[in-house]
Design a protein around this ligand. Structure first.
Ligand SMILES: NC(=O)c1ccc[n+]([C@@H]2O[C@H](COP(=O)([O-])OP(=O)(O)OC[C@H]3O[C@@H](n4cnc5c(N)ncnc54)[C@H](OP(=O)(O)O)[C@@H]3O)[C@@H](O)[C@H]2O)c1
Length: 296
């Protein structure tokens, strides 16, 4: 039975009818280790997804290269036919090599193939949002014009509703916006890693969502005595404080913390109800090692 909880309100990117709850879920942790192969506990992965949706999550981040294919297959098994309010946001632009690395896959053939792989494995006729993940090594002169135009062609064909960008610099955002209507940007950002402060503020003024990946530090969880002290003073966990800080940082930030555990999922969703006092936010702002130095 569905039992929607407070997930921090809703953000609707300009030009869309998406009503994204601000606390979402990232599916990258649902595969085997190193985001490769099947998970140890497939039933557990299915339970996490069903619990997230039961509690009202309507924004799930994924990619067909998680596994590869595994995360999408598990999402389909757990949730198809999808609730109409659920937005599944996927990404293209990389592939997995046998050594488990993530080379760029930005040719026309690779992007068209990746969109079709996502459609097939998710069991969809159209993808809600596709992020173009940009890896400079796969671009001619750092320009994302070529792969982004392939994606806009797929949008014109009705296979993709909305387009986002991921792993981009400020300059690439500006260039990308001249080619496509961008509804979200997904970059590495958290309490300790704040390259994108300027970009976030600009996106906010434009009504574009910023969706930080590694919100909890990713493969190396956030560690800081300041964070420990804030969590202790508020009777919350460090993860909840890190997520609440993101939610308070800017109204266009949507969180997609990843977990393979129902218990951690419950903990993370509760971050939406944690209010950080302004003194605590000021202390937490001291943690950043990379701050307000935008990539150009
Ligand atoms: N665009 C990109 O290039 C890109 C890159 C990376 C990720 N992403 C997306 O961003 C999402 C979030 O990033 P992420 O999953 O890599 O990193 P993350 O959300 O920062 O952290 C996930 C890690 O934290 C652990 N965790 C989560 N909640 C916890 C809790 N309450 N207590 C203790 N440990 C907890 C997870 O382990 P457990 O499973 O044990 O909970 C996992 O090891 C991904 O799922 C993916 O969808 C995008």
């Amino acid at each position: 039975m569905s039992q929607s909880v407070n997930l921090g309100g809703i953000f609707t990117p300009t030009g869309t009818s998406l009503a994204l709850k601000r606390v979402g879920y990232g599916a990258m942790q649902l595969t085997g280790s190193m985001v490769w192969g099947p998970p140890r506990d497939r039933e557990g992965a299915i339970k996490v997804l069903r619990e997230a949706v039961r509690l009202g999550v309507n924004h799930i981040d994924t990619s067909d290269y998680y596994g590869p294919h595994i995360a999408n297959e598990i999402i389909r098994e757990a949730l198809h036919p999808y609730p109409k309010e659920l937005a599944i946001v996927t990404k293209v632009g990389a592939r997995r090599a046998p050594d488990k690395s993530w080379p760029a896959a930005l040719s026309k053939k690779e992007i068209v193939g990746a969109v079709h792989d996502n459609l097939r494995h998710l069991g969809l006729d159209v993808l809600d949002v596709v992020n173009l993940r940009v890896d400079d090594s796969g671009l001619t002169d750092g320009s994302l014009a070529e792969p982004l135009t392939v994606l806009t062609d797929l949008q014109a064909q009705g296979l993709v509703k909305h387009i986002g960008l991921s792993n981009i610099s400020y300059r690439q955002f500006v260039d990308g916006r001249a080619i496509a209507e961008i509804v979200c940007v997904q970059n590495h950002y958290n309490l300790a890693f704040r390259h994108d402060d300027r970009l976030i503020d600009e996106l906010s003024s434009l009504g574009i969502a910023f969706v930080p990946f590694f919100p909890l530090g990713g493969f190396r969880s956030l560690q800081s005595p300041i964070l420990d002290a804030a969590a202790a003073s508020l009777g919350a966990s460090t993860r909840q404080v890190a997520l609440a800080w993101l939610l308070q940082r800017s109204p266009n930030i949507l969180t997609i913390a990843g977990t393979s555990s129902v218990e951690h999922l419950h903990e993370n969703l509760k971050a939406a109800t944690l209010q950080l006092p302004s003194e605590t936010v000021a202390q937490l702002n001291e943690i950043a090692t990379v701050k307000k130095s935008p990539r150009v």
